[in-house]
Write a new protein. Structure first.
Length: 243
């Protein structure tokens, strides 16, 4: 165990009021690409930029094209929780983590066993009819072609926050409160460049800010501990050492 992971283990050992805030990098070890990495989605070429396709107006005006892209590039139904998801679920089980705040829509934190998960950008596992609000599971999207329709005839929309849409105010309020109340804030797998979600870190008032990310972030100078390893490896090793 290297020095940084050893220090992380001590931080975990000494606190029972931890909040985790994670981004796309948490799920890369599960085979889900990080959009902004060198080989990520934002560096591939399409007829439209991903930001355009994944916008509210594009969904409204080009729904079939949206779903063609969405099914091909946004859904990973066979992905499984990795060591990071499992470590966080174990920490919650030990009553150390109070909340997991995620920008991801893959549902892997819940699959791993975490209960208090705040999904800032919603979940691809939930899909809602825009006419009658009927709810559908992911299978409805995967097992249909073209635009998925409800039994009432309405268009079904993924319960995810698209570009041009605001974050759920209730989820944001819970996330802000959790971070404000935390003794330890662990931020992992995120560049901290996507707002308003990235701005959540400014609400932290404690003195144990841990950043686990392969690249630099705008908040590195504020961190008490920086780990430049795979988040699954670092968290997994530190949690296993607690036993």
């Amino acid at each position: 165990m290297n020095t940084a992971v050893e220090k992380l283990k001590e931080i975990l050992h000494n606190s029972d009021n931890i909040v985790f805030f994670g981004g796309a990098g948490v799920s890369t070890e599960s085979g889900i690409p990080d959009f902004r990495s060198a080989d990520g989605l934002y560096n591939e070429e399409y007829a439209y930029p991903p930001e355009t396709i994944l916008s509210h107006s594009f969904f409204k005006n080009h729904t079939e094209e949206f779903y063609r892209f969405y099914r091909s590039k946004m859904l990973y139904p066979d992905a499984k929780p990795n060591d990071a998801h499992k470590a966080l679920a174990e920490l919650e089980k030990r009553k150390k983590i109070k909340a997991v705040i995620t920008q991801n829509v893959d549902g892997l934190h819940t699959d791993a066993g975490s209960v208090n998960v705040l999904e800032l950008h919603g979940s691809a596992l939930r899909n809602i009819c825009m006419s009658c609000n009927a709810c559908y599971k992911l299978d409805k999207i995967i097992n249909t072609d073209g635009i998925p329709l409800c039994l009432c005839g309405g268009v079904i929309k993924p319960d995810v926050v698209l570009y041009e849409e605001g974050l759920d105010s209730t989820v944001m309020e819970k996330a802000v409160k959790a971070i404000c109340d935390a003794d330890v804030l662990i931020v992992g797998g995120t560049s901290l460049n996507v707002y308003p979600a990235a701005g959540l870190i400014t609400h932290y008032r404690g003195n144990k800010l841990v950043l686990i990310n392969k690249s630099e972030t705008p908040y590195d100078r504020h961190a008490d501990l920086i780990i430049r390893e795979n988040i699954g490896s670092a968290l997994g090793e530190a949690v296993r050492a607690l036993s």
